[in-house]
Design a protein around this ligand. Sequence first.
Ligand code: ZN
Length: 312
Amino acid sequence: MEGKVIKSTGSWYRVLTDTGTQYDCKIKGRFRIKGIRSTNPIAVGDHVNFHLLEKKDVGLITNIHERKNYLVRKSSKLSKASHIIAANLDQVFLIITTTFPRTLTGFIDRFLVTTEAYHIPTIIVFNKIDAYDDESRCLEYDLRKIYEGAGYKCISVSALKGDFIDDLKALMKDKVSLLSGHSGVGKSALINAIQPELKIRTGQISDYHNKGKHTTTFAEMHELDFGASIVDTPGIKGFGLYNFNKNEIAERFPEMRSIMRACRFNNCNHTHEPGCAVKEAVENGQIAESRYQNYLNILDDDYMDIQEWENK
Ligand code: ZN
């Protein structure tokens, strides 16, 4: 049998077949995927083969199909292992807010560097626009200018009021989208605004192996009525880049990519070198100061602990 993984709890995988049936599956033996040292060999979005065990509703995964792409983060600050967030994605929605809590650009830029590295188009969603005061509206305007300038699509919505949710749905149609963000950005509210019945539907699935406990610890894929798939991920507590070469970081900033060809030195790190076209572009406002500063911060330390940083 064949299907795609729609939920992963680390030891169990829920697989959805083409006929719409769901099976809880285990892995056969140890899966190793070349080039990745991962804490989870199979991720949400993976296409797999499995067969049913004697107990009829439980399957054994025997094969994983080649991935179109995947998104990886470091499992923890000091870890050399990675955690695959999801596989076979068409796009990522990064949900942010400029109020309660304000998303810092350090987080946004680390996230974007990762999706750039895996070549997954990323759309920035400003949520909670109903709650923005003048200051947060100004910040939204500034951030939109920075990120649209760097080539990212931005959309502003209100999950609470339902404003511009149809625009968001139009972007999601016929695609597999990952929804991500740190805690407090209103991701669950947004999903409920996109499809209010979703909560009820997920509630109907028997949760035998989770012992009825509904956690948001694991990524989960939902098929939506209007012809879209979304992968809901747990709120991010920390974000680190996995297996990055420092020389490649600047390449992950689209607005630096073309400019850096004009640097005097081929191996320019854009930090202190004379004749650096990137630094020049920052000085004349072509590259946003915050983007450049975050580039330097990432060179210095690729990991960002969101909780540590929220408590500051
Ligand atoms: Zn340079």
